[in-house]
Design a protein around this ligand. Sequence first.
Ligand code: UD1
Length: 430
Amino acid sequence: MEQYVIKGGIPLKGEVGIGGAKNAALAILAAANMTDETVRIENLPDVRDINALIEAMRDIGTRVDRVDRHTVMVNGSCVENCIVENENMKKIRASYYLLGALLGKYKKAQVPLPGGCNIGSRPIDQHLKGFKAMGVETKIEHGFIIAKAKRLHGAHIFLDMVSVGATINIMMAASMAEGNTTIENAAKEPHVVDVASFLNSMGARIKGAGTDVIRVTGVQRLHKSDYSIIPDQIEAGTFMFVSAVTGGDVLLHNVIPKHLEATTLKLLELGCKVREYDDAIQVIGPEKLHSTHVKTMPYPGFPTDMQPQIAVSLALADGTSIVTESIFENRFRYVDELIRMGASIKVEGNVAVITGVDRFTGAHVNTPDLRAGAALVIAGLAAEGITIVDDIYYIERGYENLDRKLRQLGAKIEKVSGEKEIQKFRLKVG
Ligand code: UD1
């Protein structure tokens, strides 16, 4: 098992480049199967979830050639059958995007029920509701969702809750359905817009992405495209909190400041200085953070994927803060780990009441899920002494070279496995 070992207490300073958005990339890769022509995708993050999806696509016959670490050429003309059996697809949430993509093109698909982070029950009823309205019959057998349509047709779909996954999945299938589809109460996240732009670049006819009503006119065929994925707002936000919590001064490159507004506003409330440039953002952490309240909301609200990172910051702020998680039901599993580092947090249902403490002390902690893992790394960077973060497998699902990027900013962090290597690190950092 790989771990991070961190010696905290250093204000992190310098510049860091942000990679492509994992959650946009997953859908875009799946959507690239929808044309028989070759699609070039740039700014693809080299993280576990992406590589797992590429492997599953190769298993069904898709050709995926790597041009370089962040660029692939995808050709879906050789998809042999629409049965996705790859074991790893059970573990990642976004395997469901193959459902929308294959249904759109082939009117049939069989995909394992999705897994992903354990942050509460994560049904896909809204995806299935949308598909059903479009004429798709679905059943669940032996852990698979089996979907097929005699005729895939447009429909008027009102989502019962704002769902990023359902919005994207329905949008993909609708792109190649007969007639018009309207998705109401659609998610407005930047990656929904990015996937729509990608599909449009292949000849789809999607309007309204980024608002809560998306209109799609189905087309018979999609064509080749050359596309670059947007920057990852969650990776960017994570580094913004790294700077805030360590009293650092970090300039992030390759970001879209508009996508980071909710995070930026909270950082200002926390007492940070934030400077926005065209495609960069600088965050300077204060000597002492201020408390504030935050509630996670669909975009443009404060993202649930940044909730653990802001909670870590508030645990070091003066006064009491309230964090309300309104998207997922089980997203405070990192709190017990943070308490081991000296935090004072009480969780009741979907609310965490955080009383700021002066300092964290390093401890041996477990990563419960992807974003919580990143938050524990941030805590370790701020803590006195040594922190060991176990199960960094989860973190690597969504962060490329997190340790290397942090070292670039002056952090003392290394990837290790086992006590011997931890001892070596201890001797090295003194
Ligand atoms: C995506 C992101 C995830 C992020 C989340 C919210 C990917 C791969 N993952 O997840 O990182 O935290 O958006 O921004 O892009 N729901 C239902 N039925 C459905 C679909 C969703 O009840 O059919 C509920 C979910 O349980 C959750 C809420 O709706 O409570 C929002 O989920 P959704 O936006 O769909 O999240 P994901 O697409 O799974």
